[in-house]
Design a protein around this ligand. Structure first.
Ligand code: FES
Length: 230
């Protein structure tokens, strides 16, 4: 039987190996690889899910069952800037629906859709766990607090012009693809395959052998056979 060519991940073998190499069990790389597909294609495509299944030795149905569960893994084309406006109780009381309406009018699309140029996707979100900043919203998962309808329009204007926009935490807003890549590559030392470098922590330290991924202490009891030579 001929081996299917990887349609999406084929040109990214180095990154794929580095992501899979972070984990003692390859299937633990499932969610990071789905984020990687999203970073390449802008959303999690069917071809991308088939690639992930092939790389990890899973069925496409197993991959879909995970991809369809997490809302941050987008199955529809998603813009460079994903604007998520909270529509839950606290934000609604403090004007969140007006902020959402202002975004809809400015972008010319209703919540749940993307602009025709593919730059913006607008969505109504449930509680973002930042109720003290209500009305709250996120752009590519960076927080904005106490946003007025006018400020919403101003932020979109800036993003459209390519001006820098910073969240309440002072983070410059990156594109949705860049954020997806950052999530996928967390813990990977860029430019070095883990096989070459050995295991390292996120901050680059080399852990001792018994703290490295894949180390399993000898287990006694629970049906384990005693080593007669021990
Ligand atoms: S209700 Fe909007 S962040 Fe909680």
């Amino acid at each position: 039987m001929s081996v299917r060519q990887l349609a999406v991940l084929g040109d990214h073998q180095g990154d794929v190996d580095a992501i899979v190499g972070k984990y003692p069990n390859a299937r633990s790389a499932l969610i990071p690889l789905l984020f990687y597909v999203q970073s390449v294609q802008g959303h999690v495509t069917e071809e991308g899910m088939r690639d992930v299944a092939q790389v990890l030795g899973l069925t496409p149905a197993e991959v879909l069952s995970v991809a369809s569960f997490y809302t941050m893994l987008k199955k529809q084309a998603t813009g460079e800037y994903l604007i998520s406006v909270c529509r839950n109780i606290t934000c609604t009381h403090l004007g969140g629906r007006k902020v959402l309406r202002a975004a809809e009018e400015r972008l010319g699309v209703p919540a749940g859709q993307s602009t025709p140029d593919g730059r913006f996707t607008l969505e109504a979100a449930e509680c973002l766990a930042t109720c003290d900043g209500a009305p709250s919203l996120q752009i590519n998962y960076e927080d904005f607090y106490k946003v007025s309808p006018e400020e919403m329009v101003e932020i979109i204007d800036k993003l459209e012009r390519g001006d820098e926009v910073r969240s309440v935490a002072g983070e410059a807003i990156q594109t949705h693809k860049d954020v997806s890549r950052e999530v996928a590559m967390t813990g990977v030392i860029e430019g070095h395959g883990n096989q070459e470098q050995g295991a390292r922590t996120v901050s680059g330290e080399v852990p001792p052998a018994d703290m490295a991924p894949g180390f399993r202490p000898p287990v006694k009891g629970h049906g384990a056979k005693e080593d007669p030579d021990a």
